[in-house]
Ligand binder design. Structure first.
Ligand code: NAD
Ligand code: MLT
Length: 526
């Protein structure tokens, strides 16, 4: 296992990575060298300075995991990674507190002109009247983006006696109330009465230049703006114009539209406080970011679904544990379903009955898709890219659920009205069993290589099947037969030791009374 370390992380994280495989320390190398080193890596670990874009991803054919030691993944092309089945994970819990404290520090510095006063005094000027400030107490703070950092900033602002108005359409009003804030239903409503506006949103196409001339015009004259999230959120030219016009009384910025940056019309002004992207730059946050990301990357390389994966559904640890026993079953049912399909697979209907219907089944659905895609010869399918690969093949995926059924939990996968398979898990080790296929009731463990044969229900059929397999030296490990009615047709599900030679399948197809022959690699066991 080869892990490419593109930027510095805490020593404890480096040690964890080193213990897991070969650590290729590429900190400080230029882009061209990074592209060369990427060729052999299985994982890459970055902070915010390295662009893990389509070019870098394409240069790394073995890449399976991208670890971002921090929060924002805007320097990672998550779509390009997802379509290649590469897991992207981050460490969002590592630096939220540091970033929140930094935002509050910027707000205080801005309110009391601390950096400017410090610079003047150390420059030999005692200028008390020049640096009069404002109090925070009694003022209104608009928090745009009420996630981890927004809520931490809110708690600290409330302690200063501020009124907080939050705007975040994805956070419930109960949560906003619990945090002692008022909820605004639009960004304009949030900022209209604000004395201070602080940004805690991710950078995205939707949030790009959210703070622009139009929004600033809806703010009251004398507003102060703090940005410790991402530079792209602010139209910097519009901010400069609003500062020049006196509409905005001041701004405190930790982040910029281009970084690193040393020259800007925002620099060298008394009404603007700046820091060079220091929100996460505390010893504590860096220690946490390094160790968390190293742990995530190592576990992800070992095949675990890590909790900070950003391109697989964010399922809680408890839900993940509850559905984990069903993932092998789901994948095998997906493989069998497409093998028994009566034509091109254009849709997959996945039904959950019983206890599993009460669970968060998103990962289970992805496991069905992965199995189905593997059955359709898409060997590169995994839980990360399964949905996009299914979409690319035009497979329509639907989920239904029923609270109770004949089994404690049952998963049914249908490719058409008539082509359905159902399974459940058996025993304390959750062995995957198929219990219904193509309308026949049956009970057999889903394992290894299997044959599913539809034959007339008449004497001698099982003997003919056994003879055809025996003659080719194919050993039957397990077998079950189920008929729909006396003298009708029957389904034989047969587990065999190894893949059947093509000649056997031809012989079976030619056997009188055998009307359907399907061979399935149910799992990749030898
Ligand atoms: P988070 O995901 O916990 O919170 C972001 C919130 O923004 C979410 O609640 C989401 O619902 C909300 N949101 C998304 N789009 C929105 C929209 N269009 N309008 C309103 N709300 C929207 O993230 P976080 O950990 O709080 O981080 C917030 C930002 O801070 C990120 O951009 C992150 O990269 C940045 N950050 C900067 C530093 C730094 O060093 N300056 C450190 C850490 C994080
Ligand atoms: C983050 O998103 O985690 C911060 O911007 C900090 C960083 O990139 O180091």
């Amino acid at each position: 296992m080869r892990i490419l370390l593109a930027e510095h992380i805490a020593p404890a994280g480096v040690e964890r990575l080193r213990a897991a495989g070969f650590l290729d320390d590429a900190t400080g190398v230029d882009r061209a060298e990074l592209l060369v080193r990427a060729v052999r890596c299985d994982a890459i670990v970055v902070r915010s300075a390295t662009r893990v874009d389509a070019e870098l991803i394409a240069a790394a054919p073995n890449l399976r995991v991208i670890g971002r030691a921090g929060t924002g993944v805007d320097n990672v092309d998550v779509d390009a990674a997802t379509s290649r089945g590469i897991l992207v994970c981050n460490a969002p819990q590592s630096n939220a507190l540091s970033a929140a404290e930094h935002a509050v520090a910027l707000m205080l510095a801005l309110a009391r002109n601390i950096p400017q006063a410090h610079a003047a005094l150390t420059d030999g000027r005692w200028e008390r009247s020049r640096f009069g400030g404002v109090e925070l107490s009694g003022k209104t703070l608009a928090v745009l983006g009420f996630g981890r950092i927004g809520q931490l900033v809110c708690a600290r602002a409330r302690a200063f006696g501020m009124r907080v108005v939050a705007y975040d359409p994805f956070v419930s009003s109960d949560r906003v109330r619990e945090r002692g804030a008022e909820q605004a239903t639009s960004v304009e409503e949030a900022v209209t009465d604000a004395d201070f506006v602080t940004l805690h949103l991710p950078a995205s196409a939707e949030t790009r230049q959210l703070v622009n001339a139009r929004l600033i015009a809806t703010m009251r004259r004398g507003v102060r703006i703090i940005n410790a999230a991402r530079g792209d959120l602010v139209d910097e030219a519009a901010l400069v114009a609003a500062l020049d016009a006196g509409h905005v009384a001041g701004a405190a910025l930790d982040v910029f539209s281009a970084e690193p940056i040393t020259v800007s019309p925002l620099f060298g002004r008394d009404d603007v406080v700046v820091t060079p992207h220091l929100g996460a730059s505390t010893r504590e946050a860096q220690d946490r970011a390094g160790t968390i990301i190293a742990d995530q990357v190592v576990r992800a390389l070992a095949g675990e679904l890590v909790e900070n994966a950003v391109n697989v559904p964010g399922v809680s640890e408890a839900e993940r544990a509850a559905v984990a026993p069903y993932l092998p079953l789901a994948e095998k049912l997906g493989r069998v379903a497409v093998a028994l399909a009566d034509g091109v697979v254009g849709s997959l209907e996945i039904s959950y009955d019983g206890a599993i219907a009460d669970r968060d089944t998103r990962l289970v659905t992805l496991a069905v898709l992965r199995g189905a895609l593997a059955g359709l010869d898409d060997d590169g399918a995994n839980l990360i890219n399964a949905r996009s690969l299914a979409e690319a093949r035009g497979i329509d995926v639907r989920e239904t659920r029923r609270p109770a059924g004949a089994y404690t939990s049952l998963i049914r996968v249908a490719t058409s009205e008539t082509s359905r398979v159902s399974g459940t898990t058996i025993g304390s080790d959750n062995r995957p069993w198929i219990v219904r296929a193509l309308g026949y009731q049956l009970e057999i463990e889903l394992a290894g290589h299997m044959l599913f044969l539809v034959n007339d229900d008449r004497p001698g059929m099982i003997g003919s099947i056994g003879h055809a397999l025996g003659a080719a030296g194919v050993n039957i490990a397990n077998m079950t037969v189920s008929r729909n009615r006396d003298g009708g047709s029957a389904l034989s599900a047969i587990q065999i030791d190894g893949p059947p030679p093509q000649a056997v399948l031809v012989a079976l197809c030619a056997t009188p009374g055998l009307t359907g022959v399907r061979s399935v690699v149910v799992d990749d066991a030898p």
